[in-house]
Design a protein around this ligand. Structure first.
Ligand code: PLP
Length: 388
């Protein structure tokens, strides 16, 4: 029998929605045609890809021709950044932030090694971008400004519309990594000056292995993968049909449920957050309470290790995260916590709870019951000791 897990790690990945599984299944079994084939069997698959594209475009307020399917958020980020540099060869500068995901930051480091100039905008202690500092960094040398829509660790939402305008005033392209934002908050790209937007299926209840890149109509795109003519010749490789069908259905579900789910999930998150801050001494919120994703809270329990808290939570089948899933292999505080200037003793004790529409009020009650005694126990044995 499937074990019941209190899953509060939805910024790492999400449960595939049952409706999504149902819709994609025929494309893993009976409908295995290749969309490029001439015969009707392949044609059915082509139609399914078109439907997936339309559904995703609807969620984003974009046109279907502006959507390229990819394999994941990381590929979308890499493709957007490299294309912006390739199509803008006279400009040798990238402006980004200190709190981007490694999918952006490690490529920027590589580009620096290849002779590009990269500037990293700082954030304040709440993780809010210093927009004035960013505006001073963007100039006529800038090929691309890349700023994430929402941060994976804190849930902070950045003022994307304003930053996109600023980039365009200097003739730079604008990319946003919206992997954490898509499906959680409303967006209408037809009203914004965004040139590229990255997203990933597995963060919005579709499976892993499918993502998408929005490329605004009229913006030049230099393909990242070369080969066949798939995706209008802009992204070669036989399409992941089941994944595309799944992402389309997940987008449709997100669009349909967004208004009510945002409110319900935010209410659970707020109850969890205020309950933990009240019941655990020396606990502090990381991130801005004002402009945040509805599902995320990140709390530092001072003087203890976040990883120890996670291991204790794991014994009760509660899944949460410390730092981002990609960085939690090391015991170093995450680059996001460091950029926010969170003190060492607090950065180490940071735990992220990220909810989804599959969480219930009973889940929140259970977490609220289990966390305080764990904190109490770990504080008693902490090597950091409060007096040291
Ligand atoms: N960008 C952000 C903000 C993320 O949170 C993640 C994944 O955690 C990624 C990019 C990478 O997405 P993917 O896992 O689909 O490659």
């Amino acid at each position: 029998m499937k074990k019941h897990v209190i899953y509060a790690d939805n910024n790492a990945t999400t449960q595939v929605a049952p409706e999504v599984v149902e819709e994609m299944m025929p494309y893993l079994t009976d409908l295995y045609g290749n969309a490029s084939s001439i015969h009707t069997f392949g044609g059915q698959v082509r139609h399914a890809i078109d439907t997936g594209r339309e559904r995703l475009a609807n969620l984003l307020g974009a046109m279907p021709c502006e959507i390229l399917f990819t394999s994941c958020g990381t590929e979308s980020d890499n493709a957007a950044i490299l294309s912006a540099l390739e199509t803008n060869v006279k400009r040798r500068k990238i402006v980004t932030t200190r709190v981007e995901h490694p999918a952006v930051l490690s490529l920027c480091t590589e580009m620096q090694q290849r002779g590009y100039h990269v500037e990293y905008c700082p954030v304040n202690h709440q993780g809010r971008l210093c927009v004035d500092a960013l505006s001073k960094m963007v100039d006529d040398e800038t090929a691309l400004v890349s700023v994430m829509w929402a941060n994976n660790e804190t849930g902070n939402v950045h003022p994307i519309a304003q930053i996109a305008e600023m980039a365009h005033q200097h003739g730079a392209l604008f990319h946003t990594d919206a992997v954490q934002a898509v499906g959680k908050i409303p967006m209408n790209l037809s009203k914004l000056s965004i040139d590229f937007l990255s997203l990933s299926g597995h963060k919005l209840h579709a499976p892993k292995g499918v993502g998408a890149l929005y490329v605004r109509r009229g913006v030049k795109f230099h393909p990242f993968l070369r080969g066949g003519h798939q995706e209008h010749g802009l992204r070669a490789g036989t399409e992941n049909v089941a994944g595309i069908v799944a992402l389309g259905r997940a987008a449709q579900l997100a669009e349909g449920n967004m208004a009510e789910e945002r409110t319900r999930v935010a209410a659970m998150r707020d109850r969890l957050e205020s309950g933990l801050l009240r019941s655990c001494p020396d606990a502090k919120l990381n991130g801005s309470p004002d402009s945040r994703l509805p599902n995320t809270t990140n709390i530092s329990f001072e003087y203890i290790e976040g990883e120890s808290i996670l291991l204790h939570l794991n014994q009760f089948d509660i899944a949460a995260s410390s730092g981002s899933a990609c960085t939690s292999g090391s015991l170093e505080p995450s680059h996001v916590m460091r950029a926010m200037g969170v003190p060492y003793t607090a950065a180490h004790g940071s735990v992220r709870f990220s909810l989804s529409r599959y969480n219930t009020n009973e889940d929140i009650d259970f977490i609220l019951e289990k966390v305080p005694p764990i904190i109490h126990l770990l504080r008693d044995i902490s090597p950091f000791g409060r007096d040291q």
